[in-house]
Design a protein around this ligand. Sequence first.
Ligand SMILES: [Zn+2]
Length: 160
Amino acid sequence: MKLLFLVDAMLGNIARKLQIFGYDSEYKSNIDDLELIKKAKNEQRIIISKDRELIIKAKKQGIISVHITKENEIEQFLEILEQISLELDAVSGDRARCTKCNSLTSQIDKSNISDKIPQKVSEFNDKFWKCNNCDQIYWEGTHIKKMQEFLEKIKLGRRA
Ligand SMILES: [Zn+2]
């Protein structure tokens, strides 16, 4: 079963990386602990948070929760991996979710979006994806390549 996440607002960077790895990861600001716990419980989401009090409350409710204590993103990801097994074999634009709205994306032909992307981007990229919900356009040159590098660092960290 694919894991779902609910990430606290302080960890938006982690939520976005999980989305690029293909995980449904909502992140919420302006939501109080009780509401957040209720949402996680209803939607069977794993809570990821820096807030120790919240983690304790969530665990009491039987919700799988990961307490993040580190500041560095690589170390934060390693903290998650110590507690949860994620499939992080490779990064793929076909699997990545929209980092603006957490929705699924679909591959789109370059000719359909040529008026919406800079000329240079169009010249140097062949594969494009569009969010099924908010129409945000993605291409390999941006988040996918950066995430591949990030993934390599995580793998190195796991071996260390
Ligand atoms: Zn979107």
